[in-house]
Design a protein around this ligand. Structure first.
Ligand code: TYM
Length: 330
């Protein structure tokens, strides 16, 4: 059985890219294997942030994921900082991570350009990500396209550790959605939809009001040749709309291409489909978000289960590295 791990940051409002590229897939995959899903609050401290906003953002995201159908009885669902083994393993793995490798990370280059203080944490961020996954010997990592380089790094780190010390770690595989791996900004379809980089008009939030969603799709940027055809390189705006519609309706892009002759009809159809697609989450969200004590209880129970796995793996890693006393085996 597959062991699936993925993480998501509790920063900003979650958008359609996070939802399609990640959250819905966690929900779908929870029956395909042993799912372990983590809200990565430690990662969120690597750029400028407000402690209060971080904490409330964490509850927002926990409620959103539960509203989307993540079932804490079927998957392990927890907060990263509740399992200190993540931070410990990160430190241990920095010794098998190359400085040059971290320097090449494009997300580091993009994010550091926007920071007044470029923290060492931002630089070693991908090592914490590697620790997240490797601490569970997870083999499958569902993520969007923007995480490819980070997944490659964690594979290198695991391979290097196994070769240098002993075969303790599982080398994980990234899995990317066939459609919707890179949802683009509706107003600027050359850039991905993102928490910090994309335009407000072109970013659809999961909890946007239906009328806001319709408006954003109505003003989506397309192109001037008026042909509804899937061609991401030449027609990024139209192709993005087709991908979103395919996901929202649960069909293929090819099945949709012939359905529309006018851009206006396509935009209206995508807007309506997305409103319907997100409606169940909106309906369930408010009640879940209102009960922080219940959210804490859910996350705490998840952390206990996570810790039972991670503490064993980290003890094996320490032992293999000669750190601490020889591990007693029963
Ligand atoms: P984060 O929080 O930025 O994004 C969460 C997930 O959403 C996906 N995503 C997208 N998918 C499609 N289209 C988009 N426009 C789009 N934007 C974001 C991301 O690919 C991701 O899957 N470093 C990670 C969090 C993390 C993690 C991990 C992931 C920490 N530890 C271990 C996997 C395994 C991040 O910042 O994701």
């Amino acid at each position: 059985m597959a062991r699936i791990f993925s993480g998501i940051q509790p920063t900003g409002q979650k958008h359609l890219g996070n939802f399609i590229g990640a959250i819905t897939r966690y929900v779908e995959w929870q029956d395909r294997g042993e799912g372990i899903y983590c809200i990565v609050d430690l990662h969120a401290t690597t750029v400028a942030y407000e402690p209060k906003v971080l904490r409330s953002g964490l509850y927002d995201l926990a409620a959103l994921m539960l509203a989307a159908g993540l079932d804490p009885e079927r998957a392990i669902f927890f907060r990263q900082s509740d399992v200190p083994e993540h931070a410990e393993l990160q430190w241990l793995l920095t010794s098998v991570t190359a400085y040059g490798e971290l320097q090449r990370m494009t997300q580091f280059k993009d994010k550091s350009a926007k920071q007044e203080l470029v923290s060492a944490g931002l630089f070693t961020y991908p090592v914490l990500m590697a620790a997240d996954v490797l601490a569970y010997r997870a083999d499958t990592v569902p993520v969007g396209d923007d995480q490819r380089q980070h997944v490659e790094l964690m594979r290198n780190v695991a391979e290097r550790f196994n070769a240098r010390f002993s075969e303790q770690l599982v080398v994980p595989e990234g899995v990317y959605p066939e459609i919707g791996a890179r949802i683009m900004d509706l107003s600027d379809p050359g850039s991905k939809m993102s928490t910090t980089g994309s335009t407000e008009k072109g970013t659809v939030y999961v909890l946007d009001e239906p009328k806001t969603i319709l408006k954003k799709f109505k003003s989506a940027v397309t192109d001037s040749d008026n042909e509804v055809r899937y061609a991401p390189a030449d027609k990024p705006g139209v192709s993005n709309l087709l991908e979103i519609l395919a996901v929202a309706r649960g069909t293929s892009v090819a099945a949709l291409e012939g359905e529309f002759t006018r851009y206006g009809d396509l935009k209206a159809a995508v807007g309506e489909a997305v409103v319907d697609y997100l409606a169940p989450v909106r309906e369930r969200y408010a009640d879940l978000r209102a009960d922080e004590a219940q959210l804490e209880q859910t996350l705490g129970a998840g952390a206990e289960k996570a810790r039972a796995i991670a503490s064993e793996v980290v003890a094996d890693v320490r032992d293999a590295m000669g750190v601490g006393p020889v591990r007693a085996r029963v």
